[in-house]
Design a protein around this ligand. Structure first.
Ligand SMILES: NC(=O)c1ccc[n+]([C@@H]2O[C@H](COP(=O)([O-])OP(=O)(O)OC[C@H]3O[C@@H](n4cnc5c(N)ncnc54)[C@H](OP(=O)(O)O)[C@@H]3O)[C@@H](O)[C@H]2O)c1
Length: 273
C-alpha cells in the first residue's frame, strides 16, 4: 500500500538517489531530474519524474504545475538538489556566484513557495551542509548559499500559518559524485588561478579524497528518514563527526575561529605537499 506522498529534488544522484531507493516501493514520489536519461531511470522505479533545473529558473513553475496536476497533498518535500561553486572570492565571476544562489537557495525557495498550499500540515526537509556553519575558505559561495538557505527556511518555519515543520540536515563530508562534479564545474578557477595555485591544488586533492573517504550517502538517508518519522523533529541534524565538530567550533568568536582555520589549512597544505 502507498503510504505517503513525497516530492524530492536532487533525486538522480548521491543522497537523493539513495532516498528514492529507500522510499520508492511504499510511497508516492515526485522526483526532480535535469537529464532525460535519468527521468527514465526514475520512472522504472515507479516514481513520477518532473523536469527542473534551478540554473534555469523558468523551469520551476512548470515543475510546480506538473506536480499539482497530479497531487493535492504533499506529506514531505525534501529539497536535496545542490552544486558547489568554488574558488577564491576575488577570482570567481559574479555570474557563477549568482548560479550558486539560483541552484542552492532561490530555486528551493521558489519551488517550495509554489507548493506551500498543498504542504499544509506537512514537512519540509532541506539538505543543507556543515558548510552552513561558514568556516570553509575557497568555497565561500557554497557556504554562503547553505547559510542563506537555512535562514530563509528558519523564517518560514517561524512565520508560516500552515502548520508546516521545517528541518535542516547538515551532513559533513559524504562520498558522492558531488565532489567530482565540483572539480569539473570549477575547473576554470581550480586549474589556473594566479596567486592561489597551491590553495587550488589543495582543494582539488581534498575533493578527490572526499569522493571516496566520506561517509556513505546512506548515513544521510537514515537521518532524513529519522526526521521524517519524528512527530516533533529537531530543527537541525548534523551527520558525521566533522559536521558535529563544525557546529561546535562555529560558536567560537570569529577572530579566533579565523586564526584556527588559517592555521589548520596551513598545516593540511604542508602535509599534502
Ligand atoms: N556530498 C557531500 O559531501 C555533501 C555534504 C553536505 C551537503 N551535501 C548536500 O547534499 C545535497 C546532495 O548532494 P550529493 O552529495 O548527493 O551530490 P550529487 O550526487 O551531485 O547530487 C546532487 C543532486 O542535485 C542535482 N542538481 C545539481 N544541480 C542542479 C540544478 N541546477 N537543478 C536541479 N538539480 C540539480 C543533481 O542532478 P544531476 O544528477 O543531473 O547532476 C543531483 O540529483 C546537495 O545539496 C549538497 O550540497 C553534500
Amino acid at each position: 500500500m502507498r503510504t505517503k506522498t513525497y516530492v524530492i529534488t536532487g533525486a538522480t544522484s548521491g543522497i537523493g538517489a539513495g532516498l528514492i531507493k529507500e522510499l520508492a516501493e511504499d510511497n508516492v514520489i515526485f522526483a526532480g531530474y535535469r537529464n532525460q536519461a535519468k527521468a527514465e531511470e526514475l520512472s522504472s522505479l515507479g516514481v513520477f519524474p518532473f523536469y527542473i533545473d534551478y540554473a534555469k529558473p523558468e523551469t520551476i513553475l512548470p515543475a510546480i504545475n506538473s506536480i499539482k496536476s497530479k497531487c493535492t497533498k504533499i506529506d514531505t518535500l525534501v529539497n536535496i538538489a545542490g552544486c558547489v561553486v568554488a574558488g577564491p572570492v576575488e577570482k570567481i565571476e559574479m555570474s557563477e556566484i549568482r548560479r550558486q544562489f539560483d541552484v542552492n537557495v532561490f530555486g528551493h525557495l521558489e519551488f517550495t513557495k509554489g507548493l506551500l498550499d498543498i504542504l499544509t500540515g506537512g514537512k519540509i526537509i532541506n539538505v543543507s551542509s556543515m558548510a552552513s556553519y561558514g568556516i570553509f575558505p575557497y568555497i565561500s559561495p557554497y557556504c554562503a548559499s547553505k547559510k542563506c538557505l537555512d535562514m530563509f527556511f528558519n523564517s518560514l518555519l517561524i512565520e508560516n500559518k500552515k502548520n508546516i515543520q521545517v528541518v535542516s540536515i547538515k551532513p559533513g563530508v559524504i562520498a558522492t559524485p558531488l565532489w567530482g562534479k565540483s572539480i569539473e564545474e570549477n575547473a576554470k578557477y581550480l586549474n589556473s588561478c594566479s596567486d592561489y595555485e597551491r590553495e587550488m591544488d589543495f582543494l582539488i586533492n581534498n575533493a578527490k579524497k572526499n569522493e571516496t573517504s566520506g561517509l556513505s550517502a546512506d548515513e544521510v538517508v537514515k537521518v532524513i528518514m529519522k526526521a521524517d518519522r519524528a512527530k516533533k523533529p529537531k530543527l537541525s541534524y548534523t551527520v558525521g563527526r566533522d559536521a558535529f565538530a563544525a557546529s561546535l567550533i562555529s560558536l567560537l568568536p570569529q577572530e579566533l575561529l579565523n586564526n584556527i582555520i588559517k592555521l589548520g589549512i596551513k598545516i593540511r597544505m604542508k602535509k599534502s605537499g
